[in-house]
Design a protein around this ligand. Structure first.
Ligand SMILES: *[C@@H]1O[C@H](CO)[C@@H](O)[C@H](O)[C@H]1NC(C)=O
Ligand SMILES: *[C@@H]1O[C@H](CO)[C@@H](O)[C@H](O)[C@H]1NC(C)=O
Ligand SMILES: *[C@@H]1O[C@H](CO)[C@@H](O)[C@H](O)[C@H]1NC(C)=O
Length: 658
């Protein structure tokens, strides 16, 4: 409803009003409409569902989608993906739009031509901000990249430690080793699967998967920031060139809103914030637009699956017979959508400009308005969740996007729930600690989790169980192991009397997750581990014994290291590096293994994109100085893509630490 209606309000003559007036007018209208449609909407943040889908045994062949590649006219595909809210052309717009399509075709030609692309980048650099003149790229709004960079408290890559110091040299060698692993993973991918979503290292070919709606290059987009961080310049350049020349958005399959958001949008946003290269901003926004149909539901809570061709939406078939949206999915949008809106156009720019820029395309206005209204919705997801009745203050994982009711009382800090909690605390941090609602909800949720889900085993291991309508499953998934890092990250802003407690809790959970690694033959952890029948922190069946290169445990090591500088976290991180080299490295890339309790590895033939985005990045950060991607300046989305903290203009560039 919402999405379909908004564009109708685009003034018939878009240039009749001054730019700022139009913007405010549209913003007001979209807000009004959102309000009228009710209170509903949502929350920010978190899921790692991806990981569930990728798990060898939970893959659903039925979800496999073959991207339809049927003919879209060239001009359409890049410039105008199927409009999520098929706009009724405003009266009098007909002529303009046919002109527009001619112009679009030219722009398209320029953009796909390599020279044109370089030209774009040059314009961006030489103008000092990333604004493109409308006639150059069709993106009339600017984002002041230099101003953004000047507000960071630390250089992005940190101020290097004195590399000649003795104790540093071991760490440096370890860091170099991890960099070599990244280089190897990248080169293998490039050699055998360039452009495909993932590398299959045993069969030495590429794999597209079913979650991305026909989009390709997931490994490339997920790797950009890691390559940049590790200063693998040649590889970064290869990745960037691929994005410029081959990352096409003219796809028409069915995609997971969540996966596309955290991997592609997150990866492009980070690449933009790290480099200021306009191509990443433009593609992030255009891809963001393609996701908007998912939000077209009675409650505003998005559905899990969006069809890029028809612009329709649906829920996952396995989610309560297609009736539910997943907490971790609709709860993990906030960070990215705030940035998308910000980058899609800067009101300040419009207000400050004494001479208005040439009229933006009406197409772009639509995108802008849609993004603003969807961001509003994304913020309101949280309000819906805040108001809704929660069993014991817990958030179940399945919610109907139609009625706004819980569909099942399954609560988990692992798969299906995880990143919802993560995005609450990260929304608070990313807002430079102004988003008090997110903070309050986070600590309330954490208290409920502690009261009802937290347990200590007879052997003294602290773990977070899963909850099914009041009954506990004494099990913890690998996915839930990110929670040690999350609790550490959130400890500082808790009530004073709770801070030490949360630090200790974070350390204990992380220790338990380490035990799940230490108790296996490979020193890698299983997908899920149990605490019952006298066995602790081990998988009890083969179907839960696999390890697919997941990052959550090293993610927690990284946060705990930054918080405590206890050398044990680097020791544990190094155990993982050693085990990966021994059991997961193959001739042509890294592969997951099917049984962590067998020292003769049975490879699963997949080099997951999150291995490059997350596992190797967190390991590298673990062996780097604290001011490399300082937590004062950056929050990591749930795919480990760094997004900047919103330091306001006024804040000084203090020489703070950590
Ligand atoms: C998308 O556009 C590119 C560039 O023209 C083309 O090579 C590709 O085949 C198109 N893909 C689809 C699915 O239409
Ligand atoms: C999306 O789902 C909602 C709720 O089921 C439905 O009303 C709406 O028509 C769907 N939108 C599209 C564009 O398919
Ligand atoms: C940053 O803060 C400003 C001012 O409060 C706000 O307008 C803007 O949307 C915020 N940006 C992000 C990405 O949160």
């Amino acid at each position: 409803m919402l999405m379909r209606k908004v564009p109708v309000f685009v003034p018939a003559s878009p240039w009749g009003l001054r730019l700022p007036q139009k913007f405010l007018f549209l913003l007001f209208l979209s807000g009004l409409i959102t309000l009228c449609f009710g209170a509903l909407f949502l929350l920010p943040n978190s899921s790692r569902l991806k990981r569930l889908f990728l798990a060898p045994r939970t893959q659903q062949p039925g979800l496999e989608v073959v991207a339809e590649v049927a003919g879209h006219p060239l001009a359409r595909e890049q410039e105008s993906p199927p409009n999520p809210a098929p706009a009724v052309p405003a009266p009098g717009e007909g002529d303009a739009s046919s002109q527009a399509s001619t112009r679009r075709r030219k722009v398209w030609l320029r953009r796909t031509h390599p020279t044109g692309t370089r030209e774009m980048a040059t314009v961006a650099r030489s103008s000092g901000s990333t604004a493109l003149r409308p006639q150059e790229g069709g993106i009339p709004f600017s984002f002041d990249f230099n101003a953004f960079r000047s507000r960071l408290r630390h250089p992005v890559l940190g101020t290097r430690a004195d590399e000649s110091k003795e104790p540093q040299s071991l760490v440096r060698a370890q860091r170099e080793k991890i960099k070599e692993m990244m280089q190897f993973a990248w080169r293998s991918y490039k050699l055998y699967a360039m452009g495909k979503n993932e590398l299959r290292p045993l069969t030495k070919d590429g794999y597209e998967g079913s979650m991305f709606g026909g989009l390709s290059g997931a490994t490339i987009i997920d790797s950009l920031d890691t390559l940049y961080l590790m200063e693998l310049q040649e590889e970064f350049q290869e990745a960037k060139t691929w994005v410029e020349e081959n990352f096409h958005l003219n796809v028409s399959g069915e995609a997971s809103l969540f996966e596309v958001n955290i991997r592609y949008i997150g990866g492009l946003l980070s690449a933009f914030y790290l480099t200021g290269e306009e191509v990443f901003r433009v593609k992030a926004i255009k891809l963001g637009e393609k996701l908007l149909p998912a939000f077209n539901t009675p409650t505003g809570i998005p559905k899990g699956v969006v069809n890029f061709k028809s612009g329709s939406n649906r829920s996952w078939g396995w989610a309560m017979a297609g009736s539910s949206s997943i907490l971790a999915e609709f709860g993990s949008l906030h960070l990215e959508f705030l940035h998308l809106t910000e980058l899609s156009g800067n009101q300040v720019f419009a207000e400050k400009a004494s001479v208005l820029p040439a009229p933006p395309t009406s197409e772009w206005w639509k995108v802008k308005v849609l993004l603003v209204s969807v961001s509003w919705q994304v913020r309101n997801i949280r309000k819906v969740l805040r108001k809704i009745n929660k069993p014991f203050g817990l958030y179940p994982n399945f919610l109907s996007p139609v009625s706004g009711n819980w569909m099942q009382h399954h609560v988990s800090v692992g798969g299906l729930g995880d990143s919802f909690y993560e995005y609450l605390i990260k929304s608070w941090l990313m807002s430079a600690k102004t988003d008090v609602e997110a903070k309050d909800m986070y600590y309330e949720a954490l208290e409920a989790i502690e009261t009802y889900l937290l347990n200590v085993s007879p052997g003294g291991l602290t773990y977070i169980a899963e909850w099914r309508g009041g009954i506990l499953d004494h099990k913890m998934g690998h996915l839930a192991c990110f929670s040690g890092g999350m609790i550490a990250l959130g400890a500082e802003d808790a009530k004073e009397e709770k801070r030490a407690h949360y630090r200790e809790l974070a350390a204990q959970i992380t220790k338990t997750c380490h035990e799940s690694y230490a108790r296996s033959d490979t020193k890698l952890g299983p997908e899920a581990f149990w605490f019952n029948s006298g066995r602790e922190a081990v998988a009890t069946q083969l179907s839960e014994s696999y390890y697919i290169l997941r990052p959550e445990v090293v993610e927690s090591y990284m946060y705990l290291w930054r918080q405590t500088h206890d050398p044990v976290y680097r020791e544990w991180g190094w155990e993982v590096v050693t085990a990966l080299e021994k059991y997961c490295r193959t001739e042509a890339g890294f592969s997951g293994i099917q049984d962590v309790y067998s020292s003769i590895p049975n490879h699963d033939n997949k080099q997951q994109t999150f291995f490059l985005a997350e596992t190797l990045k967190y390991l590298y950060l673990l062996f780097s100085e604290d001011d490399m991607l300082s937590l004062e300046d950056w929050v990591f989305n749930t795919e480990a893509h760094p997004l900047p903290v919103n330091h306001s203009d006024g804040s000084s560039r203090a020489g703070g630490r950590l």
